[in-house]
Design a binder for this molecule. Structure first.
Ligand SMILES: Cc1cc2nc3c(=O)[nH]c(=O)nc-3n(C[C@H](O)[C@H](O)[C@H](O)COP(=O)(O)OP(=O)(O)OC[C@H]3O[C@@H](n4cnc5c(N)ncnc54)[C@H](O)[C@@H]3O)c2cc1C
Length: 384
């Protein structure tokens, strides 16, 4: 079947869903396709929860985008009457005193007006006795931050987009080969050919499969494991408000936890990049439980022997620095590439879609950090 739209968006993860919604709001007819379904189990957006924090050290662009995104998420959840999709549990940072990340984060918070509280080491010990540190730590609590119920939040965006007229379907777009072809056709596995003034590829970790020549090695999928531990019966110390989301960036490791939201267990993950991973066929059985237990015993002694109640394997879609990719395809003027969430993109979905749409319309100038040109094939991560 041949169909025609002003815009086709390929991929209904958080970036594609918001991009489709913004394009529709700009008055275009829009089709949104996903090979496995919106926020499916293989997608990077398919997890239960994602942290929304404003702290990015000195990378203020992400602080501002997180603030803007929070506004847009909350407005959406209000419109669809599902305020629970954002849980304002707060986000706690616990750097060593004077750590460069503490200094730059506080400076960015002051510049951008991010609501936060500073905690001394004795405040930390008093407010969060669940946490144990070997060395002195201080706290920064982002009071307006929290946790998005990720998979359901994406589905809410898609539902709103569909209600506004976006045509959503389950269909896989075939890889775009031939860098020198004159015009890209959006051909699907069902045999459809879609013509559109504009095609926006938001395929997350699949982007290098769809554009092997342009994106091979520039967006790398890595295997990431997540563990959910069961808390003791009747124990409230691992749920909000007693426990916020917590991120522990140290020189040795970076780990983060999410309190027991909706009684799914206390979530732990490490932010270190895992081995390369195939999002279609990669096996999704977590193997790092021993390391997770060692970490829990050290930081959360009360959960040292807590049962594992669930685990997941997901993938990051990393660019060389961790900066997003939002740019035009080098060979096709009407094809755009949006991805490279690099383990921190979920929260920014609303701002990414808004920026992509404004860029396409020529209403903003391109941000050099998000250009294709800036994406090297060697990893040199700088955004955390
Ligand atoms: C373990 C883990 C923890 C994370 N924690 C956080 C966090 O706490 N906070 C945060 O902000 N971010 C976090 N992130 C990052 C965030 O989840 C991702 O950056 C974000 O979800 C990426 O969204 P996306 O839309 O680009 O990709 P995806 O969600 O992967 O969506 C891409 C979609 O494209 C579809 N697709 C692919 N190829 C085709 C094709 N050929 N045809 C049609 N459809 C296709 C796929 O089916 C998929 O649905 C985390 C990621 C992981 C893995």
């Amino acid at each position: 079947m041949n169909k025609s739209y002003d815009a086709v968006v390929i991929g209904a993860g958080v970036f594609g869903a918001w991009t489709a919604l913004h394009l529709r709001n700009s008055g275009r007819s829009v089709a949104l396709l996903d090979a496995y379904g919106a926020a499916n189990s293989r997608a990077s957006s398919g997890g239960e929860t994602r942290i929304l924090r404003m702290g990015y050290g000195s990378d203020e662009i992400y602080t501002r985008w997180a603030m803007r995104s929070l506004e847009l998420w909350i407005a959406l959840f209000d419109r669809v009457k599902r305020p629970e999709l954002f849980q304002n549990v707060g986000v706690l940072w616990t750097p060593t005193p004077g750590h460069p990340r503490e200094v730059s984060t506080l400076a960015a918070f002051d510049n951008c007006g991010v609501a936060h509280r500073r905690l001394t080491s004795s405040d930390l010990a008093r407010c969060y006795p669940q946490l144990r540190f070997r060395e002195e730590r201080v706290g920064i609590l982002e009071t307006h931050a929290g946790v998005l119920l990720a998979r359901r939040a994406v589905r809410a965006v898609v539902e709103e987009a569909v209600a506004k007229g976006v045509e959503y379907s389950l269909d896989a777009v075939l890889p775009v080969a031939g860098a020198h072809a004159k015009s890209p056709e959006v051909k699907t596995s069902c045999g459809d050919a879609l013509s559109a003034g504009l095609a926006v590829y938001c395929c997350g970790p699949w982007l290098p499969k769809v554009f092997p020549e342009v994106l091979g090695g520039r967006v790398r999928a890595t295997r990431q494991e997540i563990f959910f531990f069961g808390t003791p019966a009747g124990d409230r110390s691992f749920t909000a408000p007693n426990m916020p989301a917590w991120t522990d960036i140290t020189d040795e490791h970076s780990a983060y936890t999410i309190p027991d939201v909706e009684s799914r267990g206390f979530k732990l993950a490490f932010d270190k990049h895992g081995p390369e991973f195939d999002p279609d066929t990669g096996d999704r059985l977590a193997r790092g439980l021993a390391d997770a237990r060692t970490f829990m015993a050290e930081r959360f002694p009360a959960l040292a022997t807590a049962p594992l109640v669930e685990s997941r394997v997901c993938q990051y879609e990393n660019t060389s620095t961790g900066d997003f990719l939002i740019d035009r395809h080098p060979d096709f003027g009407n094809v755009w590439l949006v991805g490279g969430g690099s383990g921190h993109g979920f929260k920014h979905g609303p701002a990414v879609g808004e920026h992509a749409c404004a860029l396409i319309d020529g209403r903003v100038t391109a941000e050099p950090r998000f250009s294709l040109e800036s994406k090297a094939r060697e990893q040199n991560r700088s955004v955390f």
